[in-house]
Design a protein. Structure first.
Length: 221
């Protein structure tokens, strides 16, 4: 694979967005909407990694998506999802929600609960446009599992580590690592909550957690 390169992006470097008056606080990892950065458009198939914080009663009214694979990970609270296929679900911490927008779908995302909601939403570009929208909700399960998104040639790896535990980083052309909580040591860097590493040519890397940590790793082919 050649030399391994690691590009670390800190939580505080994200683009600030959302609508604070409406109870919506958003932090964008990539160029997004008015935050246009031609040098930060994507990493492989990954084109968005948004940290969303919704106050009780806040949310995003019905809006469209197309030609995007949307994967959501709830950190705390409960997300209410409704879409134009008539589906309504509640997404809780540890669940993986995957909406394949295909040729087009509309949905609503809200915090209908009594406590603040924090979730991470990641968008990937599919290899082939069009098709029929799809929806998958995988309930919270093991501390370590993989969820494939074949339409985008990607796999999401979830890793929850105890103090002193370590995990292998997938060997892949590109790997995007996001620290949900805790801290890890990776490739000579210490990453904290909200920090991310964009790794090119990953081979033989391991992440060590000095204290309990939760990681999301995107294996991007």
């Amino acid at each position: 694979m050649g030399a391994v390169t690691t590009d670390v992006r800190r939580a505080g470097e994200r683009y600030r967005g959302g609508d604070p008056e409406a109870g919506i606080d958003t932090r964008h990892a990539f160029s997004f909407g008015p935050h246009y950065d031609p040098d930060n458009l994507r990493f492989g198939a990954l084109i968005a990694c948004n940290e969303e914080r919704l106050a009780p009663g806040a949310g995003f009214d019905e809006h469209p998506h197309s030609h995007t694979e949307i994967v959501t990970w709830v950190v705390e609270g409960e997300l209410t999802h409704r879409d134009s296929t008539g589906r309504e679900t509640r997404v809780r911490a540890g669940d993986v929600q995957h909406l394949g927008a295909a040729a087009g779908v509309r949905h609503v995302e809200r915090n209908d609960g009594p406590v603040p909601l924090t979730f991470l939403q990641m968008w990937l570009t599919p290899r082939d446009p069009g098709g029929t929208p799809s929806y998958t909700l995988v309930p919270a399960g093991a501390d370590s599992f993989a969820y494939p998104v074949p339409a985008a040639g990607a796999v999401l790896h979830v890793r929850r580590l105890g103090p002193g535990e370590e995990t292998a980083v997938p060997d892949a052309p590109r790997v995007y690592v996001h620290v949900v909580r805790g801290a890890v040591r990776l490739a000579g860097e210490e990453l904290g909550p909200g920090d991310a590493a964009r790794i090119t040519g990953a081979e033989g890397l391991r992440a060590l957690a000095p204290a309990p940590a939760e990681l999301l790793l995107w294996e991007l082919t």
